[in-house]
Design a protein around this ligand. Sequence first.
Ligand SMILES: Nc1ncnc2c1ncn2[C@@H]1O[C@H](COP(=O)(O)OP(=O)(O)OP(=O)(O)O)[C@@H](O)[C@H]1O
Ligand SMILES: [Mg+2]
Length: 461
Amino acid sequence: MSRLTNDIDNISNTLNTSTTQVISSIITILGTVIMMLYLNPFLTFVNMLVIPTMMLITSKIAKRTRKYFLNQQESLGKLNGIIEECISGQKLVKVFTREEKQIEEFNNSNDDLKKIGIKALILSGFIPPLINLLNNINFAFIAGIGGWLAVKEIITIGVIASFINYSKQFTRPINELANQFNMLQTAIAGAERVFEIMDEKPEKEDEEDAIKLSKISGKVDFENVDFSYDEKTPVLKNVNLHINPGETIALVGPTGAGKTTIINLLTRFYDIQKGSIKIDGVDIKKINRKSLRSSLGIVLQDAYLFSETVRENIRYGRLDATDEEVERAAKLANAHKFIQRLPQGYDTILSEDASNLSQGQKQLLTIARAILANPSILILDEATSSVDTRTEMHIQEAMLNLMKGRTSFVIAHRLSTIRDASQIVVINDGQIIEKGSHDELLKQKGFYYNLYMTQFRKRTI
Ligand SMILES: Nc1ncnc2c1ncn2[C@@H]1O[C@H](COP(=O)(O)OP(=O)(O)OP(=O)(O)O)[C@@H](O)[C@H]1O
Ligand SMILES: [Mg+2]
């Protein structure tokens, strides 16, 4: 964020103010050099001796200050990060009474920034006075040598007088350029950081012969899929799944087993290392990403809403939906009632992070959004984990209608919600350990049976 705001701001400020000045300085320098050459080439040569010295000194200093300015931008970024975290994690800071610790952290980071800033400024502050000094030396040289030439009657006093004037004209823009140096330094440091982002590899392009899916039936096959996020620790091992169109498949398993990972692969947020994933018999690597994703409707584990009206948040699922369609989706998701109770109903603007809604309400809105998208494959990752059991039942009834004719992936820790799934897949440690319908799995008396019994017993006690 800091790179996209502070650094870009710096670059744009520098470009705005410095560019005109740099251009006018360069033109002035060129003009005076021509005039000086016309007056006396030898004195011009003496005058020019100063330039390489100036350049040597400024580039020596600049090399060092560049590093400091880069550090300065970095620590400014870090400081912004700390502030951002403190503000968004405000409740946590309060509840764990970590105010002092947080303030200390801020102060440390702020001190770092101050120290680096001072160093950078002091070092770069040397440049203008040094240039001034060289100017004065230059001035003395011209006066001295000019005087000697005048005594020899090679030039007149008038030439010396105008030459000295030009010489001043000459160094003033150079001085200005040197003053612009500080700004240029931060801008360059900022530009480097911005370029780092621009150089990041974007998501791989679709292959040229990528297939565009139009209407898919929703057959999904995972064949011997191996996957690891970091190419070292395997997360999924030899996963085989075959889902027929219109089936509801439930993924259950302990935390960290790899359920969300399976969804991440289906949406091609990541590419698999071994095996294949096919939709309607076509390898998803050969499918155009946009058409693949637009045939999926997803309710992610972490509900995310934009600071927009409730209506627009639901409409995000399908931008050309009418208001009636939005409301119908909200009704199906059981969100209509609570939305009506909001101060401005569907036109209530959600605050940042949707903090003016309860967690369950957020989930209902994200479900409505996925319903509106009317996808061929519906994915619900812990979509109802924060709503009460009665609301969950209502949603499920509505979902049953919705899921008809489309393939659905449901991930849920509450097993009561997935009892009716056509296929329940139990994943543990990245491997499928059991597969079958609810009744079949209960009969097996394996992992699922135990899981179900623990939940069931808890509820009856
Ligand atoms: N972006 C990521 N980078 C690296 N490792 C990851 C990433 N996301 C998940 N993992 C690892 O992959 C494993 C499986 O995670 P996954 O999110 O699929 O679990 P899950 O079954 O969805 O769990 P939960 O029920 O808690 O949602 C975990 O061990 C996790 O540490
Ligand atoms: Mg998960």
